[in-house]
Design a binder for this molecule. Structure first.
Ligand SMILES: Cc1ncc(COP(=O)(O)O)c(C=O)c1O
Length: 383
């Protein structure tokens, strides 16, 4: 762990990056990108450490920025062929055809449609904590409900309890993996087994917004089960590791019959996207250098937060996403948020009734450092 950290700090300073199989040498940098160009120059006003949105401050990549510039010139026209290009790239990577993929304005738009389509037929079953905005919205339009599993102290999703909670009146099982706000990831084979069994009777939605941040994204995705013909929907987004949150490009993957049903509940697809976002997504989709660099910086930030948490006598859940859920013990997360805000550090407050848990998103290393430095004072202030 220690080696990894000193290594990534050094790479940040020298501009030489090695992550997993990828090695960027100064030579390849000259012919490709300057690593320093990944350091953010945009975003929140200076002096504000924005650590509440699970964004990637290193985005957009240089390739994406160039593509955005070029694509903006087409803005007088609706998106058509470039949307098809992106769909084909996603289809090809996953061994599917384009009709399995629908683009949307962020994954929020697709998730909203999925929730509305499901709530019409029955209840939505989900864990106690998950990214619940769209399921909540849909539940507000219907007699059917968003049913949550009971919470547990570890904030883990118990697939056994989930399976036993499924009845005829549940139309959708909604799982976020890795989960938000906990950062926890489910065991791949347990989740696959659960999905194969449960999808025989009920549609399953796996929101994989943070999949690229897991240790092994390929084995932790449930997309291959869609290829098997199962009743499973996966959503993905360019808002997280791709650093394109403000360009609003996401997508869902499911078998075409399921997609047709879901599309009745709101207009999604190429039509609802934009040239700049699509061009940036295309440029970023296979940009291994940028993605590895972002992941390395995010992981470095997480190590810094974990260390600070320990130093301050607290604990946190291990996270496979770009945020950390910190257990403040007896202290109140809204008060901690306010105390940090006084110091121009923006973090999240209380989630549901978990008053002592606080989520901090990764940001620029300098902003994480500010969070780490402010932690003792802020904790002291609310104690
Ligand atoms: C798990 C999860 N899913 C989906 C979203 C929506 O993101 P977007 O609409 O930008 O794709 C978020 C946003 O934070 C999220 O955390």
């Amino acid at each position: 762990m220690k080696n990894k950290k000193s290594f990534s700090r050094r790479t940040f300073l020298t501009g030489t990056l090695t992550t997993g199989a990828l090695a960027i040498t100064p030579k390849s940098l000259r012919s490709n990108e300057n690593i320093f160009s990944y350091i953010t120059r945009h975003g929140p006003s200076s002096g504000i450490a924005k650590l509440n949105g699970n964004e990637n401050p290193y985005g957009p990549s240089q390739k994406a920025l160039r593509a955005i510039n070029e694509a903006s010139k087409k803005s007088g026209y609706y998106v058509h062929t470039s949307g098809e290009t992106l769909r084909s790239m996603i289809a090809e990577k996953n061994g599917l055809t384009n009709d399995y993929i629908i683009l949307s304005s962020g994954s929020t738009a697709a998730l909203t449609n999925i929730a509305l389509a499901s709530i019409k037929k029955g209840h939505i079953l989900a864990p106690d904590l998950f990214w619940d905005s769209t399921a909540n919205l849909a539940a507000g339009t219907s007699q059917n409900k968003l049913k949550r599993l009971p919470s547990n102290t570890k904030h883990q999703i118990d697939l056994g309890i989930m399976k036993n909670s499924i009845s005829k009146d549940i139309s959708l099982v909604h799982i976020t993996n890795p989960n938000n706000p906990t950062g926890s990831v489910l065991n791949n084979s347990d989740l696959k087994k659960f999905c194969r069994e449960v999808s025989k009777t009920c549609t399953i939605l796996i929101d994989e917004a943070y999949n690229d941040l897991t240790d092994n994204p390929k084995s932790s995705t449930m997309i291959p089960l869609i290829k098997e013909g199962r009743n499973i929907i996966v959503t993905r987004t360019f808002s997280k590791i791709h650093g394109l949150a403000g360009l609003r490009i996401g997508y869902m993957i499911a078998k075409p019959k399921l997609i047709k049903e879901i599309m009745k509940f709101g207009i999604i697809g190429n039509w609802t996207t934009n040239h700049a976002g699509i061009a940036a997504a295309i440029a970023s989709y296979n940009d291994k250098n940028f993605l590895s660099h972002s992941k390395a910086m995010i992981n470095e930030g997480k190590e810094m937060v974990m260390e600070a948490v320990k130093k301050n006598g607290l604990s946190a859940l291990p996270s496979k996403a770009n945020f950390i859920f910190v257990n403040l013990g007896s202290l109140n997360a809204d008060k901690f948020k306010a105390s940090m805000a006084k110091r121009n550090i923006i973090i999240s407050g209380i989630y549901r009734n978990h008053k002592n848990w606080s989520r901090v998103s990764m940001g620029k290393i300098s902003d994480i450092q500010r969070y780490v430095n402010a932690m003792p004072e802020a904790l002291e202030e609310i104690s």
